[in-house]
Design a protein around this ligand. Structure first.
Ligand code: 5AD
Ligand code: SF4
Length: 433
């Protein structure tokens, strides 16, 4: 039996793409291996959002090309494929295929013609969703893409180039995926999109379908117990969607809504044209709809021209919103983006110092929130056992990890857990009642 190896880097959309590729190869009678040296087909499913992510892919390729079986097929799919294009073949001559994020369903072409080289980085739209087979079994959390690409064109971001313009899938196709996931084991549905709350589908009768409608429909499926969506653009947070937090108990009280910077000047240069007042206003509306809601954000430090005063504003907004589960990154100039050409690029030592300061603040906020959870009982979803096998790892509604001692052989997948202790990174809990 032929074996395939797939390594996924980057975001949830890539994780989903990786699962679909694995399902396709399994359907062709292949078996997955976790050892590249043992594989007949080697696929790196890649992320290009920061230079470091791209570098990681090329160093992995450098290692694998020496270890692989001589006649194994090796290739890259995803955002680095689109970023590097034909240049990838020049850098790594052993590569057999380079397929972009919207053309990985073309993989059978190289399997059927292994003596050729296959380059396809076209933006093929949503074709891939129709052409790939469904997964047989769903994990407890099913990620369902509803939209791909982005029209916002933030000046630092390579995504509009790698994943193209925003396209929303038809609601009937999405709901077929949700039902399939629920029937094959999913308990939580996470709707995915680069600009997920910008989801907008106009059907042949001219009616507009929005994310709020998808949430309401998914909530009607009894096997679906938890719903969330990621990642949201602040000004696309429309009132119908905010209202879902008031009316739909299955929608988790947790929202990823990146602000990126707390400085109005930096936001303007990032081409994120919202005011900080508007952002805070949206947070306040969300809190009015769902008083226990928590918000997470991504931040970029050291964007071209960012002054100490700009950076202090980012520190202030983090404190003001009291973000949890947030990520911060040093600005990384990317090809095909406007910010890479801007003057006043910031030195790496300044970026590093700002990142350390922001991370310390975000960790402190996380610790404060984790501590405030002690004594509360929350409905949590089991992710499996920890390394020792003695404990179970649960996810709270706020995506915190909660470690619970395994008390009997079959623990419930969804359980009421009383939080007993907290630290910076995780919680401990016990089964309530
Ligand atoms: N440099 C650093 N971080 C970036 N991100 C996107 N592009 C860049 C870049 N060029 C971050 C943003 C985004 C997250 C997925 O990655 O914060 O929200
Ligand atoms: Fe990139 Fe997100 Fe901005 Fe779209 S909204 S351009 S995906 S950072």
């Amino acid at each position: 039996m032929k074996k395939f190896f797939i390594q996924t880097f980057g975001c949830q959309m890539n994780v989903y793409d990786g699962q679909r590729i694995a399902a396709m190869l399994t359907a062709r009678g292949m078996q997955e291996t976790h050892d590249a040296a043992d594989a007949d087909v080697i696929i790196l499913n890649t992320c290009a959002v920061r230079a470091k992510a791209t570098d990681k892919v090329f160093s992995a390729l450098g290692r694998i090309r020496r270890a692989k079986k001589p006649d194994a097929l090796m290739g890259i799919v995803g955002c680095v494929a689109r970023e590097a294009g034909a240049d990838a073949f020049r850098r790594i001559p052993e590569l057999n295929f380079v397929l972009g994020p919207q053309s990985y369903h073309k993989l059978p072409e190289i399997l059927n013609n292994p003596d050729t080289k296959l380059l396809n980085i076209d933006l093929g739209g949503l074709e891939k969703f129709d052409e790939m087979p469904q997964m047989d079994a769903s994990p407890a959390v099913a990620y369902i893409p509803i939209q791909e690409g982005c029209n916002h064109c933030c000046t630092y971001c390579i995504v509009p180039y790698t994943r193209g313009r925003e396209l929303s899938r038809a609601p009937a196709d999405i709901m077929a995926d949700v039902r399939h996931a629920a029937q094959t084991g999913a308990i939580e549905i996470c709707f995915l999109g680069q600009n997920v709350n910008g989801y907008k589908y106009i059907d042949q009768d001219g009616a507009t379908h929005r994310l709020s409608e998808l949430i309401a429909q998914a909530a009607k499926i009894s096997a679906v117990k938890r719903i969330r969506f990621t990642s949201s653009y602040p000004t696309e947070m429309t009132d119908d969607l905010i209202d879902m937090f008031r009316t739909e108990p299955k929608l988790l009280p947790f929202l990823n809504m990146p602000i990126q910077s707390g400085s109005a000047d930096v936001l303007t240069r990032m081409n994120r044209p919202y005011s900080l007042e508007l952002y805070i206003d949206i947070v306040d509306k969300l809190k009015a709809a769902r008083p226990d809601i928590q918000i997470s954000s991504d931040f970029i430090v050291g964007f071209p021209g960012e002054t100490d005063a700009d950076f202090e504003k980012t520190m202030d907004i983090a404190q003001r919103v009291k973000y949890i589960n947030s990520y911060s990154f040093k600005y990384s100039p990317r090809p095909h983006t406007a910010a890479a050409l801007m003057p006043d690029q910031i030195a790496d030592n300044i970026k590093a110092a700002r990142l350390a300061a922001l991370d310390a603040r975000l960790n402190e906020l996380q610790r404060e929130f984790n501590t405030s959870c002690v004594g509360r009982t929350m409905s949590c979803l089991c992710e499996g056992a920890d390394k020792t096998g003695q404990n179970l790892v649960y996810r709270t509604p706020y995506m915190q990890q909660c470690i619970v001692e395994r008390t009997n052989a079959d623990a419930p997948q969804l359980a009421e857990i009383k939080i007993t202790a907290a630290n910076k990174a995780s919680l401990r809990g016990e089964f309530a009642d």
